[in-house]
Design a binder for this molecule. Sequence first.
Ligand SMILES: NC(=O)C1=CN([C@@H]2O[C@H](COP(=O)(O)OP(=O)(O)OC[C@H]3O[C@@H](n4cnc5c(N)ncnc54)[C@H](OP(=O)(O)O)[C@@H]3O)[C@@H](O)[C@H]2O)C=CC1
Ligand SMILES: O=C(CO)[C@H](O)[C@H](O)COP(=O)(O)O
Length: 474
Amino acid sequence: MMQDRVNYGLIGLGTMGAALALNIAEKGYPIAVFNRTGTVTDEFIASAGDLAPHLTPAHSLQDLVAAITRPRTIILMVPAGPVVDAQIEALAPLLDEGDLIIDAGNANFTDTERRTAGARDAKFDFIGIGVSGGEEGARHGPSIMAGGEPAHWQRVGPMLEAISAKYKGTPCAALMGQGGAGHFVKMVHNGIEYADMQMIAETYALMHDGLGWDAAEVAETFETWNKGTLASYLVEISGKVARAVDPISGGPMLDAILDAAGQKGTGRWTAIEAQQLGVPVPVIEAAVAARNISARVDTRARGAGVFGALPHPLAAGALDREVIEGTLIAGKILCYAQGFEMLAKAAEQFSWSLPMATIARIWREGCIIRSDMLNDMASALEAAPDGNLIFAEPFTGMLRKHEPALRRTVIAATQAGIAVPALSAGLSWFDLMRTPRMPANMIQAQRDFFGAHGFQRLDGRDAPHGPWAHGAQG
Ligand SMILES: NC(=O)C1=CN([C@@H]2O[C@H](COP(=O)(O)OP(=O)(O)OC[C@H]3O[C@@H](n4cnc5c(N)ncnc54)[C@H](OP(=O)(O)O)[C@@H]3O)[C@@H](O)[C@H]2O)C=CC1
Ligand SMILES: O=C(CO)[C@H](O)[C@H](O)COP(=O)(O)O
């Protein structure tokens, strides 16, 4: 049998790497694979079935590099951070001119910028790509947000498009821009993912704790919503999750799961970068904070003991399924508007020409935040790439329609002590976005009082300081 010509290699046969390697091999790109723990490689090949002939196992980095024909393209699918640096360092002496390392994990974009710059002095190239879709997506078609130069995209774009998800035949993979652009977009994707998940979880609390619905009613609600405006992967899986039965207790699976959300960092990075850019993304920030609070299980139990446990049931007739659906629709629009505004600001700050409409398009399939709404978002961003989605139809009209539901929900939830931090952060942001005169005049006066920072007058007259300036303290 003729040997496959292998141009690709992959390091890290964990959840994502194994699935991605099979996807790549299946799409006609034979690939050599290496994993730190060699038995994992052997088990991977043994279970690869028909694809095994297109997968070349390697048990050392030297073997991996030797198995790949030049110019080599080697994909890293290992934990973000120092592990990526260690892999690059170990690979560097083995590589030749024109070889390319692709970090496909969830790297912090600043690391990708640093590594890209470092590779300029080396003989190999380096790019970072964001991959979303979990294990299933990696295996059958993820959404891919690539960083790098156009020449890199020319080189690996056809393979990335081939393995990506397709939305009505269009590949959900695209070049975002130079350096860390791909990983930045993936980071914001994950920030939105945190917010979307948190808002869904808040609606679950309203139904479960507030209205006292059982798991079947909650599941049926998510299933119904998934047939309408909210149709999305996260609402779909929430229905499946709510319907799942714990094989041990026989009760709802959700009732058996500890209420402490994990996180690997991408949501937190989104909030940090948003602050650095001066872009308000309060829904995402609230979602990150809610995960942090969820992890403080003991403190919450102490708080319940000292101050009385919450939540209480909702007042009779306070909310129903339609109102909560409208609430989630409004919250989702507000959160995506914040995420896209952050991307537009980053493009300006980092001199990236982020393809805003394309980002919405490649998120329509394959990724965790895929949803029907992204189709209209792509059209709106096509017309106004720098525009805030709340000012674009159909979202302006949808917000007008669903704002009363969001407000009613936040009021009812607050009265019952059902915390809805992401939904209420969305509402406050929306309220501020339509408040011509904020109380920031008080802040300006305070700043001038204690620090002689000055302010502008509404009437345009010169007024470097207020009448308190002479007695300013501190
Ligand atoms: N899981 C998901 O849904 C998604 C994950 N990602 C990102 O993809 C990357 C991989 O994630 P995932 O597949 O879930 O992770 P896993 O934990 O499933 O796999 C990690 C892989 O990295 C290897 N590895 C771990 N530590 C080292 C090390 N010090 N040196 C060399 N190899 C090491 C492991 O090898 P060994 O078998 O020897 O332990 C394993 O192959 C991460 O950056 C993650 O954030 C991106 C999108 C979705
Ligand atoms: O990138 C992903 C999905 O898009 C990964 O699943 C990531 O791990 C999710 O983030 P976290 O673990 O912080 O919830």
